[in-house]
Design a protein around this ligand. Structure first.
Ligand code: DOR
Length: 432
């Protein structure tokens, strides 16, 4: 089977290429990447297909290094099947599955289960992230070596911080030996102290317990210091604060190999989104202030923040809707809104199209030291076709993800993933 993707505006940061190119796919691989020229359509086989990408962006399949797939254990919120389909619909062909499942992915048995299930589904490539500590309890290291052997691409207790600095130090030491990344959920739990939204005047007015920005900042500082001490590579998840950006920027200036991600909600929304006790805007770390949003954008622009990840955190409708704000689980279903929200950064002049696509493809691949995020000849044919002009109203009910929890429901978006190529299949997506 051959697929010809023709006439598109191809953006492939791994080849520093943005321009007209035709792509010929054969047997699931990029066979020809024809820069600045049209390939002759001599496809004659009954299975052969042509994608007319005129007016479209064609980008390498996106990589989300921060996804909660919920299986095993919370299949009411999401399954490997629905989450990986939602990924494809959002343009992501690789997702890294966080370990806060039940049981926690803290042993090779769970890692193997996830890999086997994901392979059987044949949707997006699912790469498991193992827990740093057993049960994510923060007390005893999980068997990192065995989990790495089983296929974990990184380790994190995401959803919770590794509160004990000695355990984090040991994790970084082991990770160094395994050439694995430690992903830090940077939150000092003594400082955040159960806060449910950003600490400030608004939290005081609403009578909700606030989590201060400094809880993130000090933990980022700690984990960078431990990374410098041990030589283990640390990646800072979901950066949400001005202080956090500043600490990472300073570390990079002195040559620390730290990487960092933020998520679309941290550059698209402020804490005001929780007004009216909107549980869909409850997320951890919490939405912050306009100053933080500006700092996040500046961090994206100057390269302090390398990666855009979704922190896709699907939750059941009842848990979000029929509970008090402080009782509702934190999280936003992110896979199917990430592309338009991120494309807004190009419109705002924060990122060029090349830098935007880099933060969704090449940079996560590099941080994780995995293949993918490229359309180079010989690489697996994984790509997304995006209509940059297409306007649509986001409808959570239309998500493939079981998690319909998004504060962006009903908002007008610009930029839509219209097709995804993965595993030799072309999937086309309708947006209302
Ligand atoms: O909002 C969040 N939801 N933040 C996390 O760190 C965990 C996630 C979840 O698993 O629901």
């Amino acid at each position: 089977m051959r697929i010809l993707v023709t006439g598109g505006h191809v953006i492939d940061p791994s080849q520093e290429f943005a321009g007209r190119a035709d792509i010929l796919i054969e047997d699931g691989q990029v066979k020809t990447f024809a820069r600045d020229k049209k390939l002759k359509n001599n496809l004659t086989g009954p299975q052969d297909r042509v994608i007319d990408a005129a007016g479209m962006w064609v980008v390498p399949g996106l990589i989300d290094m921060h996804t909660h797939l919920r299986e095993p254990g919370y299949e009411n919120k999401e399954t490997i099947r629905t989450g990986s389909m939602a990924a494809l619909s959002g343009g992501f062909t690789t997702v890294c599955a966080m370990p806060n499942t039940n049981p926690v992915n803290d042993n090779p048995g769970v890692t193997e289960f996830i890999l086997k299930k994901a392979r059987a589904e044949g949707n997006a490539r699912v790469l498991p992230i193992g827990a740093v500590t057993k049960g994510q309890m923060g007390e005893e290291l999980a068997p990192l070596y065995m989990m790495r052997e089983a296929g974990c691409v990184a380790f994190s207790d995401d959803g919770r911080p590794v509160a004990n600095p000695l355990i984090m130090r040991r994790a970084l030491e082991y990770a160094k030996g395994l050439d694995a990344l430690i992903i830090s959920h940077a939150e000092d739990p003594l400082l955040s102290d159960g806060g449910v939204m950003n600490e400030g005047l608004l939290s005081a007015t609403m009578g909700l317990k606030g989590s201060p920005a400094v809880a993130e900042e000090v933990m980022i500082y700690r984990d960078i210091a431990l990374s410098e001490l041990t030589g283990g590579r640390v990646h800072i998840a979901h950066v949400s604060t001005l202080g956090g950006v500043r600490v990472i920027r300073q570390a990079k200036e002195r040559g620390v190999a730290v990487t960092a991600e933020t998520c679309p909600h941290y550059f698209s929304l402020t804490q005001e989104a929780v007004s009216g006790f909107n549980t869909h805007a409850r997320v951890n770390p919490p939405l912050r202030t306009q100053r933080d949003v500006e700092a996040i954008k500046e961090g994206l622009r100057d390269g302090t923040i390398d990666i855009i990840a979704t922190d896709h955190a699907p939750h059941g409708r009842a848990e979000k809707i029929s509970r008090q704000f402080d009782d509702a689980p934190p999280g936003i279903s992110g896979l199917e809104a990430a592309v338009p929200l991120s494309m807004a950064l190009v419109g705002q002049g924060v990122l060029s199209e090349m830098e935007l696509v880099r933060k969704l493809t090449q940079s996560p691949a590099k941080a994780l030291r995995i293949e993918g995020g490229t359309l180079r000849e010989g690489s697996p044919a994984e790509l997304a076709v995006i209509d940059p002009q297409r306007r649509f109203v986001l409808k959570a009910e239309g998500f493939i993800s079981l998690g319909k929890n998004t504060p962006f429901d009903g908002m007008e978006m610009k930029g839509a993933v219209v097709a995804t190529v993965f595993g030799g299949r072309i999937m086309e997506w309708q947006r209302a």
